[in-house]
Design a protein around this ligand. Structure first.
Ligand code: NAD
Length: 406
C-alpha cells in the first residue's frame, strides 16, 4: 500500500509536510478486554481501533476477529479505507479495528461478551458522526447487532447509524450482501467498454466463490459474460461452454458452503485458473495471489480486483508491461462501502430505500469513480491503480487545505 501511495504522492508533487499529514494515523487505541469464558475462566483479549483519517468526514472501517490481528495490520487497513472512500467520493475518512481472538473456537455467548466488551471500551471513539464500524473477517451482522445494542444502551436511545452491516430488521440496507460483487461487475463492464470488449461475447474466470466472487460471477453472467471458471478453497472448476452460476451457487449452499464435488465442470488446479485464455480475470478470494511466480502465465486482457490486495507490487509492474488493464481493489471492491454509506444515510433519515434505488445509486457511484480514475490514468500516463491513489490523495489533500490545521 505504501509503495503505491509514495508513487502517487510523487506524481502529484505533494509537499513533505502534507505527506506526513496524510500518512500518520489520527488516533490509535489499544484496549484490554477481560471476558468471562463459558468455563468460568476470565481471558483478557487485546483489541485495536485505528482512525487513519477524518479529513473527509467520520471514519469508516470494519472490525476483524482473527488470531493474527495486530496493530500494524490494522494501521495499514485503516489507511486503505481512507483511499477507498475518497476514490468513490463518499464523505468518510478511514478506520479499521480488530481483536486478536479465534472466533471459530469460541461459543456464541463468548463472542457476544467479547463484542460488547470491545464496544464499551471504545464508546468514546465510536459514534454516527465520529467513527462508524462495520463487519470484516470473522464478524458479521450478528456482531454488528450486539455493537449497536451495547452502544445504544450506553446512550439511552436506539442509535442504528453507529454501525453498518446490521441485520435487515435492525436497520441494515437492502443490497448490502451483493454490493461488493455488484461493484466488481460495474467496474468490469466499464473496463470492457474501454477495451472494446463486447460483454455478450466476453469470457471470465473468478477466483473465490464466497460473498464477493459468487455475486460478481452471477451479475456478470446476467450481463451476458460467460463464466468459464470459478474456484474456492476446494479447487477450481472449468467449463468452456460456460458455468451455470446460479446452479453452482445452489450447489455450494446445499454443500456446506463448498464447491467440492461440483460435477458440471472439470476440476482444474487453482493455478490453472489464472492462466486461462479469458477476457476478464476476477481475483475475489484473498490477498497476494498474483505474484512474480504466476503473473507471466496470465492471458486475460483485464483483471478486476474483488479481493483486497490480490496483486503484489512486483507483479503489478509486469502486468503493466504486458498491457493488461487492472481495475484496482480500492476502486473495484468499493461497492460494499458504498452501500454501507447508504445504510448510514437511511438510518439517519429514518427511511428505507428500495433495492432498485440502492442498485441504481451504487451503479452511478461506481461508474463515475471508474471514469474519473480512467481519465486520471490518461492524464498522468499511469496505471489505473496509481490513478486511483492520485484521485484519492488529491481529494483528501485538497480538502485538508480548505479545513486547515493548528
Ligand atoms: P468469503 O469468505 O465470503 O469468500 C472467500 C472465498 O475465497 C471462499 O469461497 C473461499 O473458499 C475462497 N478461497 C479462499 N482461499 C482460496 C484459495 N487459495 N483459492 C481459491 N479460493 C479460495 O469472503 P468475501 O467476503 O467474498 O471476501 C473476499 C475478498 O474480498 C477478501 O479479500 C475481502 O477482504 C475482500 N472484500 C470483501 C468485501 C465484502 O463486502 N465482503 C468488501 C471489500 C473487499
Amino acid at each position: 500500500m505504501m509503495q503505491r501511495f509514495d508513487k502517487a504522492v510523487d506524481l502529484l508533487g505533494i509537499s513533505e509536510e502534507m505527506y506526513y499529514i496524510l500518512k500518520v494515523p489520527r488516533k490509535q487505541v489499544t484496549v484490554g478486554l477481560p471476558v468471562t469464558m463459558d468455563s468460568g475462566e476470565i481471558r483478557t483479549f487485546e483489541g485495536y481501533r485505528v482512525i487513519h483519517s477524518t479529513i473527509l468526514g467520520p471514519s469508516k472501517g470494519g472490525i476483524r476477529f482473527d488470531p493474527d490481528v495486530n496493530l500494524d495490520e490494522v494501521r495499514a487497513l485503516a489507511a486503505w479505507m481512507t483511499w477507498k472512500c475518497a476514490v468513490v467520493d463518499i464523505p468518510y475518512g478511514g478506520a479499521k479495528g480488530g481483536v486478536a481472538c479465534n472466533p471459530r473456537e469460541m461459543s456464541p455467548g463468548e463472542i457476544e461478551r467479547l463484542m460488547r466488551a470491545y464496544t464499551t471500551a471504545l464508546l468514546d471513539v465510536f459514534g454516527p458522526d465520529q467513527d462508524i464500524p462495520a463487519p470484516d473477517m470473522g464478524t458479521g451482522p450478528r456482531e454488528m447487532a450486539w455493537l449497536m445494542d451495547e452502544y445504544s444502551k450506553s446512550k439511552g436511545m436506539t442509535i442504528p447509524a453507529v454501525v453498518t452491516g446490521k441485520p435487515l430488521v435492525l436497520g441494515g440496507s437492502l443490497g448490502r450482501t451483493e454490493a461488493t460483487g455488484r461493484g466488481v461487475m460495474v467496474s468490469a463492464l466499464a473496463g470492457m467498454e474501454k477495451l472494446r470488449i463486447n460483454p455478450y461475447r466476453a469470457t471470465a474466470a473468478v477466483q473465490g466463490f464466497g460473498n464477493v466472487g459468487s455475486h460478481a460471477a452471477l451479475l456478470l453472467r446476467e450481463r451476458g459474460t460467460a463464466i468459464h471458471a470459478i474456484s474456492d478453497i476446494s479447487g477450481a472448476y472449468y467449463n468452456d461452454k460456460g458455468i451455470d452460476v446460479a446452479d453452482a451457487i445452489a450447489y455450494r449452499d446445499a454443500n456446506k458452503g463448498s464447491l467440492e464435488g461440483y460435477a458440471k465442470a472439470e476440476l482444474i488446479s487453482g493455478d490453472d485458473l489464472f492462466s486461462l485464455p479469458v477476457d476478464v480475470l476476477v481475483p475475489a478470494a484473498k490477498e497476494d495471489v498474483i505474484t512474480r511466480k504466476n503473473v507471466s502465465s496470465i492471458q486475460a486482457r483485464m483483471i478486476v480486483e474483488g479481493a483486497n490486495g490480490p496483486t503484489s507490487a512486483k507483479a503489478d509492474d509486469i502486468i503493466n508491461e504486458k498491457g493488461i488493464m487492472v481495475v484496482p481493489d480500492i476502486l473495484a471492491n468499493a461497492g460494499g462501502v458504498t452501500v454501507s454509506y447508504f445504510e448510514w444515510v437511511q438510518n439517519r433519515i429514518g427511511y428505507k430505500w428500495t433495492l432498485e434505488r440502492i442498485n441504481r445509486r451504487t451503479d452511478r457511484i461506481m461508474k463515475d469513480a471508474f471514469d474519473k480514475v480512467y481519465e486520471t490514468s490518461l492524464k498522468y500516463k499511469v496505471s489505473l491503480r496509481i490513478a486511483a491513489y492520485i484521485v484519492a490523495i488529491d481529494k483528501v489533500a485538497s480538502t485538508y487545505k480548505y479545513r486547515g490545521g493548528f
